[in-house]
Design a protein around this ligand. Sequence first.
Ligand code: BTN
Length: 266
Amino acid sequence: MNESQLEIALSGLPLGPLRFFATIGSTNEQALRWVEAGAPHLALLVAGEQTAGRGRAGRRWYTPPDSALAFSLVLRGQVLRIASGDLGRLAALGALAVCEALRQEYGLPVEIKWPNDVLATRRKLAGVLAEASWRGEQLTAIVLGIGVNVTAGSLPPEEHRAFPATSVELVLERRVDRLKLLRAILEAILGWLPRVNTNDFIQAWQEQLAFLGEPVRLIHAGNSLLEGQVAGLTSEGFLRLQTSSGEMVTVPFGEIQLRPGEQSPA
Ligand code: BTN
């Protein structure tokens, strides 16, 4: 992948300016700097390799050279009229777009592990990190960072996996054109962006939800918080969990991780 291939692959999409980096620390970090310097709505940064990629909950995200997709899209607060409370929903927009692109382009059966991890064969193949930029009290932009494991070589080392991992090519058992996949993901993002605050969006997100009706555990800071069955999403995109006592609990966005629970004996 290089800048001119990228420009050709994304031609005709209504995006802002494009910056390509063969190697960079983190596209999200760079995007937040560009926001400070005036990056416009839908400015896009793409990297061939990240040496300090950021994951959720302060974890590292691996992007070895030319093996994955790693990109960040600038969403300007004034254009979208977004607030910090929309961060969770916009991160889910990234996950939903990855799912739709993989289903449409490759027929890949994918799911979203709430809130925004993309799974195939119950292993993680993509992650999303949405970060806000502020000027005083005012949210100026959200940077939507997306990482997709494309080749087998893009998987993080075993000891750094918080959840089992896989890649698009491992599941499909064939080569995938990363530029074509990037275009399909961006098209899906652009398609949903004007409707991200609608019930249709929540419905589409819920339809991709992994572990629906299955037992799960919620973990916070390494400790088990709660166990129950996934019952769906609220109208805000919060998780609805039914506990064993029959109580319906609502879980807001936060540094929470979801894990499969114990299957009850048949
Ligand atoms: C997660 O932990 O699941 C979120 C991973 C997000 C990774 C992407 S790769 C492009 C962008 N730049 C970063 O540094 N992180 C995000």
